[in-house]
Design a protein around this ligand. Structure first.
Ligand code: SF4
Length: 68
């Protein structure tokens, strides 16, 4: 795997995470819909990934800017 194909450079990486507090180097993977909705009142969960993680679904490009 190319070492530049990391979550931080992936189109599906969401650093801003809608107010969800994660460690600074973490973000959410938006490749799949949220999972594990324990009850109707709860929200589904997006997988938390680190900037230097990667997976086989990597897509180059970013959908966001740091100022968003
Ligand atoms: S886990 Fe895969 S699809 Fe999700 S942000 Fe990282 S490289 Fe992209």
């Amino acid at each position: 795997m190319n070492s530049t194909a990391t979550c931080s450079k992936c189109a599906f990486f969401d650093l801003h995470s809608n107010g969800i507090q994660t460690p600074k180097q973490d973000g959410l993977c938006r490749f799949n819909p949220p999972v594990s909705q324990p009850s109707a009142q709860d929200h589904g969960l997006w997988p938390v990934v680190s900037t230097n993680d990667w997976c086989g679904h990597f897509a180059s490009g970013s959908t966001q800017t740091a100022a968003e």
